[in-house]
Design a protein. Structure first.
Length: 432
């Protein structure tokens, strides 16, 4: 009976159910005596928040991971980050492949939806490549991070921190196990760790299809339009974000670069965001809202969406067809990009309103920053998350879940009615 029920569900709904199931299992595991340190109490809502933050690769926390969870609990958090970053369906297909069994059409469909690719061709090969790339980048990141952490911690502890940090970085999670809710502030001046972390975040954020395209072609001219858009937009946002943060706050160039990079869904910080100016926080909010790229481990409305809207605005003023790099962009893409941004802004507005009602003791900028961070699965915080009440935490949990799955997916997963065949006469309305 359960098998029949699953077969009848659309891919989007199954993916949402899969994420929810992993979060609930993770919550239960984090509440076990093996996960919680002696003398520490972890409330169910805090365990749920931590599990959601890990699976949704966000990085927001209400309790410190290292101070409240044992090595077992920290390993559970790392595993949840890995599953959340790769996607439940991708992990499921990977396990089927590892078991030597044939991947069903339903599993291929879910993997296609999760990786945001246009067709079924080569989906299984893409999943294999994604898993291999992830393992390779994370292993390299762990080895390089160990060179830094081994100076301050015993061998086994340094290994654990290095592996966790590499997994969190590549999956754009922003969680850490250094303790004291300090994130990477103790290593703000460590150029090597800053570069290693930035490299992992950037590679994880541009998306698996782009990584494969670059590895296959190794020439910008030969890349697909999507890859060109992602690379150009990511580079432009990274550069402009660095310059703006340098102008708005008293940061070093490395700090400005790191936070411009991290704001695009990574969630790591090398200095206290509570000390940033409102202008600096606004810059970071914009970068968080745009987010990473399609098919990546990051969130936000995505770089390609931002690029398509910019090109649509440009074409409206220049009276030319929307496009770039000698290619035209379909009107359907422009419409979908507009819908995504509008619905995302609506979610942020609703979330901000609810948080203002539930946590009136905090400033509006702090609340909006937290909501945008949760939606974009960025994980950066001005420091108010641990002080939130039960209801406010639940609101952020729902926003993180929606942000990870995609607001358009959440809107449409419950709509299964076929498209109406009726067509009405068109009539214009005045715009602007």
């Amino acid at each position: 009976m359960m098998k029949t029920f699953i077969k009848k569900q659309p891919p989007g709904r199954l993916i949402a159910m899969g994420f929810a199931m992993v979060i609930l299992i993770g919550t239960c595991l984090l509440l076990t005596p093996w996960s919680v340190r002696q003398g520490v109490t972890v409330k169910p809502v805090d365990a749920l928040f931590s599990a959601t933050s890990a699976v949704c690769v966000t990085g927001l926390v209400t309790i410190d991971t290292a101070d409240h969870f044992t090595v077992f609990g920290q390993a559970i958090m790392g595993l949840l980050i890995q599953i959340g970053g790769l996607g439940v369906s991708s992990v499921g297909v990977g396990l089927v492949i590892a078991a030597g069994k044939k991947v069903s059409f339903k599993s291929r469909t879910m993997a296609k939806e999760a990786l945001n690719v246009d067709n079924y061709k080569g989906v299984v090969k893409l999943v294999k490549a994604v898993l291999c790339m992830t393992l390779g980048f994370e292993l390299a990141g762990a080895l390089l991070s160990f060179l830094v952490f081994s100076r301050d911690y015993p061998f086994l502890h340094a290994v654990g921190i290095s592996v966790f940090h590499s997994v969190a970085s590549f999956n754009n999670a922003g969680l850490d196990i250094l303790g004291g809710l300090q994130n990477l502030i103790p290593y703000g001046d460590d150029m090597f760790l800053n570069i290693v972390t930035s490299a992992l975040v950037i590679v994880g954020g541009i998306g698996f299809p782009v990584i494969l395209d670059v590895a296959r072609n190794r020439s910008f001219k030969k890349l697909t339009l999507h890859s060109k858009v992602v690379l150009v937009t990511s580079g432009g946002l990274l550069l402009s974000g660095t310059l703006l943060l340098k102008l708005t706050d008293h940061l070093t160039w490395m700090q400005a670069f790191f936070h411009s990079m991290s704001a695009r869904t990574a969630g790591f910080s090398t200095c206290s965001l509570g000390e940033f100016s409102n202008a600096g926080l606004f810059v970071i909010m914009i970068l968080m809202f745009i987010g990473a790229s399609s098919g990546s481990t990051g969130g936000g409305v995505k770089t390609s969406t931002f690029f398509v809207l910019l090109q649509a605005i440009r074409s409206e003023f220049s009276k030319r067809r929307t496009g770039a790099f000698h290619r035209s962009i379909p009107r359907e893409n422009v419409f979908r990009a507009g819908m995504l941004v509008i619905t995302s802004m609506a979610l942020v507005c609703i979330g901000t309103f609810l948080m203002c009602v539930l946590a009136p003791q905090f400033d509006f900028v702090q609340i909006m920053f937290e909501v945008v961070s949760a939606f974009s699965t960025a994980g950066l915080s001005t420091g108010i998350t641990p002080e939130l009440g039960f209801a406010a935490k639940v609101v952020l949990i729902l926003i993180m879940f929606t942000g990870r799955l995609g607001v358009m997916t959440m809107v449409t997963i419950w709509v299964t009615r076929p498209e109406r065949q009726t067509r009405y006469t068109e009539e214009s309305v005045m715009i602007g």
